[in-house]
Design a protein around this ligand. Structure first.
Ligand SMILES: Nc1ncnc2c1ncn2[C@@H]1O[C@H](COP(=O)(O)OP(=O)(O)O)[C@@H](O)[C@H]1O
Ligand SMILES: N[C@@H](CCC(=O)OP(=O)(O)O)C(=O)O
Length: 377
C-alpha cells in the first residue's frame, strides 16, 4: 500500500473521439500499452474517461450537439456503452480487467457514499483491475452535476489520495493565452496550482468538451488539496505517460503549496473517519513522535474497534492521549494477533504478510507534524 503510486489519468472527449469522428481505438491502445507499463513500474492507474456524449452522438448519427438535457443524457447512455467496450477490449489484450464506475456529485458529498466509493476504488486497484470513471450523466441534472470531467478527475484524485493527476488533452499544456486563437502563445512549464495568474490565462474549451483550460487549472488546485501533483499534457503522444514516470516533465506541471506528502497527510486527517484505536507502548510513542518512524506491531499493546485494512485508526499512548492517526495495513483481528510481535514474526502469526509495519510513516499524521487537530471520530 505504501510503496505503489496511484495516478488518475483524465482523457478529454476531443482527444478520445478523434474530434467527434468516433473513438480513436488505435490511440486508446497506445495509451493502454503505456498504462500497463506504468502498472509494471508500481503505478496503479484510474482512468477518468470523457467522451460518452461525443461517442453517443456519433453512434446516433447526430451532427449537432443537442441543447436538450434529455437528449444529451440519452446520447451519454449510448456512448458510455462504446467507451467501456473500447477500454475493456484494449486492456483484455494484456489480460487485465476494467471496471465501470459512474459517479454523481451526491456520491462524493455524502460521507458514507464517499467512503464507499473510496473503498470500492481501492479494492479494485488491489485486485489489479483498472477503474474507468465517468460522471453518471443519465441521472444528473444541471444543479447537481460536477459539470466537467476535469473537476470529477480532481475529486477522484482526492478520493484515493492519488500522487498524480494527469490531464490529457488536445494541447501541449497550459499556454499563456489560448493557442487556438493566439499562435504566439507560450507554454507554461510549471506553476503553483494556487497561483491566480494561471487561472487568468486559462480560457474555455472546444465544441465537444466542456471546460477548456479553466476547469483544468481549477482541477489542479482541487487535486493539490490532497497532495496530488497535476500535469496537463497532450495525449496525442502516448509516450508522455512514460516520460512522466521517468521524471521528465512534458506539458504543464501544477504543484501543491506545501510538500505533496504534507498536503496528503492533512487531507487524510481531515477527511477520513477513525475506525479504531491502537495503544502504543512508550518506546513506540517516542519513535513515532521524535524518530519519524513507522509504527511496528512490536510497539502496540492493545487494539480497539473494528476496522479493515486501509482504514484510518488513532494511535494513543497508555494514558489515552492521541499521538497520531494513520491508514492501517492489517484489519482489526489481524492487528490484535500481531500486538507486541516482531515484524519478522508476522508471516508465522498470520500465515501471510502485507507489510512489515502496522502503519507506514507515509500514511501517518503525527499531531505536531501538520500542526492541526485531528477530526472527531
Ligand atoms: N491558456 C490556454 N492554453 C491552452 N489551451 C487553452 C487555453 N485557454 C483555452 N484553451 C483551450 O482549451 C482547450 C482544451 O479544453 P477542452 O476542449 O475542454 O478539452 P478536453 O476535451 O481535453 O477537456 C484547447 O483546445 C484550447 O483551445
Ligand atoms: N460525462 C461527459 C463528460 C464531458 C466532459 O467533461 O468532457 P471533457 O471536457 O472533454 O472532459 C461525457 O462523457 O461526455
Amino acid at each position: 500500500m505504501a510503496d505503489r503510486q496511484r495516478w488518475v489519468i483524465k482523457i478529454g472527449s476531443a482527444l478520445l473521439t478523434n474530434d467527434g469522428r468516433g473513438l480513436d481505438c488505435a490511440l486508446m491502445q497506445a495509451w493502454v500499452d503505456r498504462m500497463v507499463a506504468l502498472r509494471e513500474r508500481g503505478i496503479d492507474v484510474v482512468i477518468v474517461s470523457s467522451g460518452a456524449v461525443a461517442e453517443g452522438m456519433t453512434r446516433l448519427g447526430w451532427q449537432q450537439r443537442p441543447d436538450s438535457v434529455h437528449e444529451l443524457q440519452a446520447a451519454a447512455a449510448v456512448g458510455q456503452m462504446g467507451l467501456v467496450q473500447a477500454w475493456e477490449s484494449r486492456f483484455q489484450k494484456h489480460q487485465l480487467h476494467t471496471a465501470q464506475v459512474l459517479l454523481t456529485h451526491d456520491d462524493l458529498s455524502d460521507r458514507k457514499r464517499y467512503l464507499n466509493a473510496r473503498s470500492t476504488l481501492l479494492t479494485l486497484l488491489g485486485f489489479g483491475v483498472v477503474p474507468v470513471v465517468n460522471e453518471n450523466d443519465t441521472v444528473v441534472t444541471d444543479e447537481i452535476r460536477f459539470g466537467d470531467n476535469d473537476t470529477l478527475a480532481a475529486l477522484v484524485a482526492n478520493l484515493i489520495e492519488a500522487d498524480h493527476l494527469l490531464i490529457l488533452t488536445d494541447q501541449d499544456g497550459l499556454f499563456d493565452a489560448d493557442p487556438r486563437s493566439n499562435p504566439q502563445a507560450q507554454l507554461i512549464r510549471e506553476a503553483q496550482a494556487s497561483d491566480p495568474r494561471i487561472a487568468r490565462v486559462a480560457g474555455g474549451g472546444g465544441l465537444l468538451g466542456r471546460g477548456g483550460m479553466a476547469t483544468k487549472v481549477r482541477a489542479g488546485k482541487l487535486a493539490a488539496r490532497s497532495g496530488a501533483v497535476t500535469t496537463i499534457a497532450s495525449g496525442r503522444s502516448p509516450e508522455v505517460l512514460i516520460e512522466l514516470a521517468d521524471g521528465r516533465g512534458p506539458g504543464t506541471t501544477l504543484l501543491p503549496d506545501t510538500s505533496p506528502m504534507n498536503a496528503r497527510k492533512q487531507w487524510l486527517a481531515g477527511h477520513l473517519q477513525m475506525r479504531g484505536r491502537l495503544v502504543l507502548d512508550e518506546g513506540a510513542v517516542r519513535r513515532v513522535r521524535e524518530g519519524g518512524s513507522s509504527l511496528l506491531p512490536v510497539g502496540v499493546t492493545d487494539v480497539f474497534g473494528q476496522f479493515s485494512r486501509g482504514e484510518m485508526v488513532a494511535c494513543e499512548d497508555a494514558a489515552g492521549q492521541r499521538i497520531a492517526c494513520g491508514l492501517v495495513n492489517y484489519d482489526a483481528a489481524d492487528a490484535r494477533r500481531l500486538c507486541g510481535r516482531k515484524s519478522g514474526e508476522i508471516a508465522d502469526v498470520l500465515g501471510f504478510m502485507n507489510e512489515e509495519e502496522l502503519i507506514h510513516r507515509d500514511n501517518m499524521v503525527v499531531f505536531e507534524e501538520v500542526g492541526r487537530l485531528m477530526p472527531d471520530d
